[in-house]
Design a protein around this ligand. Structure first.
Ligand SMILES: [Zn+2]
Length: 354
């Protein structure tokens, strides 16, 4: 298991997973890192998936008992050649088999239950008197509206060994809830695990600009990568670019709103890794990158910390903000110090966000 833990300015940075919970508390380390804990969770999952009645079909459309409920569609695996007794623990085949079992056992069912809860939530009207501050006698319905759209995309690396392991992680019940809308495999396969309009638990505690609940306004994309020294594959980046292209256009997401988990959760997260090709993404219009041939000397009164803040970084601890900035935009040098060259990059990027 790859739960990378790095000391960084006395804070702790962990891999993407297992700290992304909406229940995360700002300022607290969300590192799990315990291999034993992970093993335990997997054992629980195995146990649950192996329940004899685990694949009992669920009645259709009864998730909430509401007439408006969306009908449950059972999971159908296309993998028919599995011989579980011969599968070695921890292999991609092992995780795929387990994930299929979990999807049949309960993941799909929980998905539909949650969707139906959301339908109930957005079906409430002022007539239901949820809000006591509304004291008019009548509800006059406005007629022009639709559903809120994501405005950010947060990129992550999985710190896991295979995309199958990640599919498993997001399928299994966990103490700490984690999820993402998309997972991009090393071979370029793109999995969508959640509808774009629902709030997933990928970003956790953090701050970007004045946004402190990134899960509420973003899509999370997990890119399968061990988070150590593994380069992202060309197939993976090509697939990611296609996905970003679709999402950016569909939801009118601003170029500068495609950022890394490490940008949002400074000092707590370090994904995607310094090997992530941000420059290549920026060339295609996803996220900003500096102009290497047009780096100007910042003015004499240039305030680097203010520049970081203008870009969006949380500057509560300026050193941590500097490191997060360098992790993304300098990459080959992530020290705590801003060199003159770094300041030119910072100034250049700041002007793009201004
Ligand atoms: Zn992450």
């Amino acid at each position: 298991m790859h739960h990378k833990i790095i000391s960084l300015a006395s804070l702790v940075v962990a891999c993407c997973f297992l700290g992304c919970s909406s229940k995360s508390v700002a300022g607290k380390s969300n590192v799990l890192g315990s291999g034993a804990g992970e093993q335990r969770k997997e054992a629980d999952a195995r146990q649950q998936a192996d329940q004899p009645n685990a694949q009992t079909p669920v009645e259709q459309g009864t998730a909430t008992g509401n007439k408006k409920a969306v009908a449950y569609k059972p999971f159908v695996s296309k993998n028919t050649r599995w011989t579980p007794e011969h599968l070695a623990y921890g292999t991609p085949q092992y995780y795929l088999y387990k994930t299929d079992s979990l999807q049949k056992a309960y993941s799909r069912r929980i998905y539909y239950e949650n969707i139906n809860k959301i339908i109930d939530q957005i079906s409430e009207t002022p007539d239901d008197k949820q809000n006591l501050a509304v004291n008019a006698d009548n509800w006059y319905a406005a007629i022009d509206f639709n559903i809120r759209k994501p405005q950010f995309i947060i990129l992550h690396h999985t710190s896991q060994n295979s995309v199958e392991q990640t599919l498993f992680t997001f399928s299994v019940r966990k103490e700490r809830e984690t999820s993402a809308h998309y997972v991009v495999g090393r071979d370029g396969t793109v999995y969508q695990m959640l509808n774009d309009y629902v709030r997933s638990y990928h970003a956790g505690a953090g701050k970007w600009g004045n946004i402190v609940d990134m899960n509420s306004c973003s899509l999370g994309i997990e890119i399968d990568n061990d988070g150590e020294n593994e380069t992202f594959t060309p197939e993976q980046i090509d697939a990611l670019l296609k996905l970003l292209s679709y999402l950016k256009e569909k939801y009118s997401i601003p170029t500068g709103n495609i950022i890394g988990h490490s940008d949002y959760a400074v000092g707590r997260k370090d994904d995607p890794s310094v090997l992530f090709p941000w420059a290549q993404l920026a060339k295609e219009g996803f996220g900003f990158w500096y102009d290497p041939n047009n780096l100007k000397q910042p003015p004499a009164d240039f305030d680097p910390v203010l520049a970081l803040r203008i870009i969006g970084y949380n500057i509560d601890d300026p050193v941590v903000a500097i490191q997060a900035f360098k992790h993304h935009f300098v990459q080959n040098n992530v020290s705590k110090i801003l060199t003159d060259a770094d300041k030119k990059i910072l100034y250049n990027i700041m002007l793009k966000y201004k």
